[in-house]
Design a binder for this molecule. Structure first.
Ligand code: GLU
Length: 492
């Protein structure tokens, strides 16, 4: 249900478990786009109530990844210039572990309202209950023993005696909980199938269920856009909002992202799934954002390339898909290549530098820019430059067989190389430009069999079966080096 007359306020609420999954970045992006489009607020909340899963430094890493992607929040948790974690905004703290008292208070409010109850069942009892249920092929569920057998005063006495307890939500045993999901439409859950879940653990920490419900109420969240894995928990959340007497935010559950081969949910086992992995491999943030924007959102046009501004303009939650979205790395590579070619060589040179540390001194900016003028046409990722740059420095060892075009014999190759050498020799130093070299070579080549001249030349210059054109390579390495390499090939 849409909240009425309220300012749009959305959040990204990751758990700091070590890295930002690409699916998490998509959630952040959609929330960000929705907020920007609707002139609303977008905030970052850290959900670290599961202390066992919390990893040191994870918050900084998360913030780093979001910053890299240019997904900026207006409110919540930030890193200052020194990298210290700071908070900004009027609804703080935004780190859940700093809000324990708030959750404890609200858990007790539910107990007072008889919507929740203290439970003293030991892990042993719960285990044997589960075993019985398993045997009877029943879904594991708490049997409400403490609700049915323990008067509130007795519970309080046991607590005063220092006994360990949890607080459980009393899920109605009859009826259904339904709501309108912004992506999936109307959804219904049978209450009987929902367990009396724990809202406050014995260590005083809330569970995710309680913490986010309290926070989304207090922080005035108007829409919760989150991953599909939370859909089955949503009736619990709606029931809690109702139990408190609060209006629930609107919910929208984003489709899963699938591995292209297995068609299963994309996971760490599939290789690179963290934003950091993509960053390291040399994907550009513009490309990653454009690509993931289309994983589950269909702009319903032919257009595929969207800048962040265009995404803000065109984003519409009515166009979010329910069906899983396939993560197609080839498409991401294609898109990344498109964005690489939109960059100036100057900018690209700066972005490629970190991948080229091994050439540090040998590689001047001027030479790198020349290489990139040629190489960027084929690049899919920034890191590709490292694999493709070698022959611009020194000719690799290569098998003379690859010099052969079709069924040319040795004499033919030599003749062809001799001709190329003569042509290149004839190009004056000050006319050593790609187009000029190209023109001279094409003039001399047999139009019906260009490879006869161009193939041996290209291999002589690069030592590779695949590379940019001979005129491009010759232009980069220069006249002298080109002539030298052709000479070397003729001797082979
Ligand atoms: N902390 C949850 C997660 O990391 C957030 C779920 C939500 O957005 O409500 O998936």
């Amino acid at each position: 249900m849409k909240k009425t007359n309220e300012k749009v306020r959305v959040r990204f609420a990751p758990s700091p478990t070590g890295y930002l999954h690409i699916g998490g970045l998509r959630t952040a992006l959609y929330n960000f786009l929705y907020a920007k489009k609707n002139k609303g607020d977008y905030f970052l909340r850290i959900e670290d109530t599961d202390q066992k899963r919390t990893v040191p430094d994870a918050i900084s890493k998360l913030i780093e990844s979001l910053k890299w992607a240019n997904i900026f929040h207006d409110e919540g948790v930030f890193a200052d210039e020194k990298g210290e974690i700071v908070e900004k905004g009027e609804y703080g703290p935004y780190i859940q572990s700093k809000r324990l008292e708030i959750y404890q208070k609200y858990a007790r409010v539910l107990v007072e309202k008889e919507k929740a109850y203290y439970c003293f069942c030991t892990p042993e009892r719960l285990d044997s209950l589960r075993a019985v249920q398993e045997k009877a092929k029943l879904a594991p569920a708490y049997d409400k023993l403490c609700l049915k057998t323990l008067a509130p005063e007795d519970a309080k006495k046991r607590i005063a005696n220092g006994e360990k307890y949890v607080i459980r939500f009393d899920v109605p045993e009859t009826g259904e909980t339904e709501f309108d999901d912004a992506v999936r439409g109307n959804v219904k859950f049978v209450n009987k199938n929902l367990d009396d879940f724990v809202i406050l653990k014995s260590d005083g920490y809330p569970t995710y269920h309680l913490a986010h419900v309290v926070d989304d109420h207090l922080m005035k969240t108007s829409l919760v856009l989150r991953g599909e894995e939370w859909l089955p928990s949503t009736p619990k959340h709606i029931l809690m909002f109702r139990a408190f007497g609060w209006e629930a935010p609107e919910y929208g559950h984003l489709c899963v992202i699938l591995n292209k081969e297995t068609k299963k949910k994309l996971s760490k086992r599939d290789g690179d799934v963290s934003v950091e992995d993509f960053m390291k491999k040399g994907y550009l943030p513009e490309a990653v954002i454009n690509f993931i924007a289309l994983l589950g959102w269909n702009p319903k046009t032919e257009k595929e390339m969207f800048s962040l501004e265009e995404l803000i303009d065109e984003f519409d939650i009515a166009k979010l898909n329910r069906a899983g979205a396939i993560f197609d790395t080839e498409k991401l590579d294609w898109m990344n290549g498109m964005y690489i070619r939109k960059k100036s060589v100057e900018e690209l040179a700066g972005l490629c530098r970190p991948y080229l540390v091994k050439y540090e001194k040998a590689l001047t900016d001027g030479y790198l820019k020349k290489v990139l003028t040629v190489e960027r046409e084929r690049m899919k990722k920034l890191s590709d430059i490292l694999e493709n740059i070698e022959f611009y420095f020194s000719l690799p060892e290569y098998n003379r067989k690859i010099l052969v075009w079709k069924n040319m014999d040795d004499a033919g190759i030599k003749k062809s190389l001799g001709k190329s050498k003569e042509i290149l020799n004839g190009v004056e130093e000050d006319k050593w430009e790609i187009n000029n070299i190209k023109e001279k070579l094409l003039e001399a080549a047999d139009p019906k069999n260009r490879g006869e001249l161009l193939w041996p030349l290209r291999v002589a210059l690069t030592g590779k079966e695949k590379s940019p054109s001979p005129w491009e390579v010759a232009w980069v390495i220069g006249k002298e080096e080109s002539i030298k390499r052709i000479g070397g090939a003729m001797e082979k």
